[in-house]
Write a protein that binds this ligand. Structure first.
Ligand code: PMM
Length: 274
């Protein structure tokens, strides 16, 4: 179990056990390759490994729940046996439940509990930490849902409503982590507006997770940014800036660069406090 200092931004390393994730699909389908990659991410400084078996990129089709579980559960068991903190990236309550039984301690649901009517109850009954991401429909429809009059106000309002619904149903606020859902029914302009106004989201008083890593809107900043792996530097800069805004965690592919970016942000913060 990785110990995280009070106020330190956590690094959530991404492990996609999928065929079709946009930047690493197909690379970690083999269990040993997946576990080796996760161990490497932890050695580089990841505090949490986020294990997902279903790609959520725009246009992706859904994976059968049985296949999702076949992909993620053996990997989760292996990581937990190595004392690694695991979150499970799933929209399915049955996968979340099986992952919790296997030792996962965070459920990361890109639908924030909206895709599966059983999810809220499972999360509340288990008392597990729950990442509530902003979501406006499944991957095959999300592009047409990217319409906002005031993206920052609407995303924060919708996240606040989802958190309130969970709390009314019995969730402990301490369980909840909010995520603006960059790239999910959002274009580049929407993503930058949300990042530029992160303090409005952290001001709600709940922990915030940001997942910008390798996303297309970063590639638009630089010529030749078409290859997702070429977006690691911009991803790390975003992580450092988000850390300065006090986020709880960043979900990333390149842990080494992110760690440096967070160290710079921390040193900067310390300098300001002197
Ligand atoms: N993005 C992806 C998948 N899961 N979970 C959270 N909480 N936040 C995100 O922004 C997020 C996520 C898509 O990216 P990937 O294909 O690189 O995993």
């Amino acid at each position: 179990m990785t110990v995280v200092a009070q106020g330190q931004t956590r690094i959530m390393g991404i492990l996609n056990v999928t065929t079709d994730s946009f930047s690493d699909g197909g690379r970690y389908l083999d269990r040993d390759a997946a576990v080796a990659h996760a161990v490497d991410l932890v050695e580089r400084g990841a505090h949490i490994i986020d294990v997902g078996g279903e790609s959520t990129r725009p246009g992706a089709s859904r994976v059968a729940v049985s296949e999702e579980q076949r992909r993620v559960l053996p990997v989760i068991r292996e990581l937990v046996a190595r004392d690694i903190t695991v979150s499970v990236d799933t929209m399915n309550a049955s996968t979340a439940e099986a992952a919790i039984a296997a030792g996962a301690t965070i459920v990361n649901d890109v639908s924030g509990g909206l895709a599966d009517p059983e999810m809220d109850e499972l999360v509340i009954a288990s008392g597990i930490r729950f990442v509530v991401m902003h979501w406006r429909g499944a991957s095959d429809t999300m592009v047409q849902n990217a319409h906002y009059r005031d993206v920052v106000g609407e995303v924060i309002g919708e996240l606040e409503l989802r958190a309130a619904q969970l709390i009314v149903k019995g969730a402990d606020p301490e369980q909840l982590i909010l995520d603006p859902g960059l790239g999910f029914a959002k274009n580049a302009e929407h993503n930058w507006a949300l990042l530029g106004h992160l303090p409005r989201l952290t001001a709600l008083g709940l922990p915030v997770l940001v997942g910008a890593s390798r996303k297309r809107f970063l590639g638009e900043l630089e010529p030749g940014g078409d290859d997702p792996a070429d977006r690691d530097l911009s991803s790390a800069v975003v992580a450092g800036l988000a850390a300065r805004d006090g986020v709880w965690g960043v979900r990333v592919h390149d842990v080494t660069l992110t760690r440096t970016a967070l160290a710079v942000a921390g040193a900067w913060q310390n300098g300001a406090a002197r």
